[in-house]
Design a protein around this ligand. Structure first.
Ligand code: CMP
Length: 140
């Protein structure tokens, strides 16, 4: 299996509850390595650009509003099959549909306040990593 990198976000509902460490422990426990990490508070333009692919969806405005409502932790995760592995450990987007033992099942509050984001394809992982980090900030 190939070593991949993926973009992860610990969302405002999780920073507010001070559970970022609990989430990182889950990621590391799944064999993912944090090779870049920064706590930031996005401006509206950052959230709009990051979630551009959802621009036409009815939930877009609320999603942007939520993502700028507090600090977030952006990360690059590295590991074997990292994109799929991260999505497995996160669980389904809607916590009500997430499997037992996943981050979203255990920590998420709702479909919007679902604690974490993870890239879904290699193309999106590259785009999202490039949007969030300079090459020099990623240290494997
Ligand atoms: P995320 O993986 O960050 O990608 C887009 C986000 O939009 C998603 O997690 C959810 O938190 C949020 N969202 C809100 N409503 C919906 C919806 N109806 N379908 C999918 N995602 C939604």
């Amino acid at each position: 299996m190939a070593i991949e990198r993926t973009l992860s976000i610990i969302k405002p509902d999780a920073t507010e509850r001070n559970i970022t460490g609990l989430i990182v422990a889950r990621l590391e426990g799944a064999g993912l390595r944090v090779v870049a990490q920064q706590r930031v508070w996005w401006k509206k333009k950052h959230a709009e650009e990051f979630y551009e692919m959802h621009k036409k969806r009815p939930f877009f405005d609320d999603l942007v509003k939520f993502m700028v409502s507090g600090p977030i932790v952006i990360q690059v995760l590295e590991g074997e099959d990292a994109i799929k592995k991260n999505r497995e450990v996160m669980g389904a987007t809607n916590p009500e549909e997430a499997d037992a033992g996943t981050i979203r099942k255990d920590f998420a509050i709702s479909l919007e306040k679902n604690s974490v984001h993870g890239s879904d394809t290699p193309e999106n992982a590259k785009r999202e990593i490039d949007l969030c980090f300079k090459k020099s900030e990623i240290v494997g």
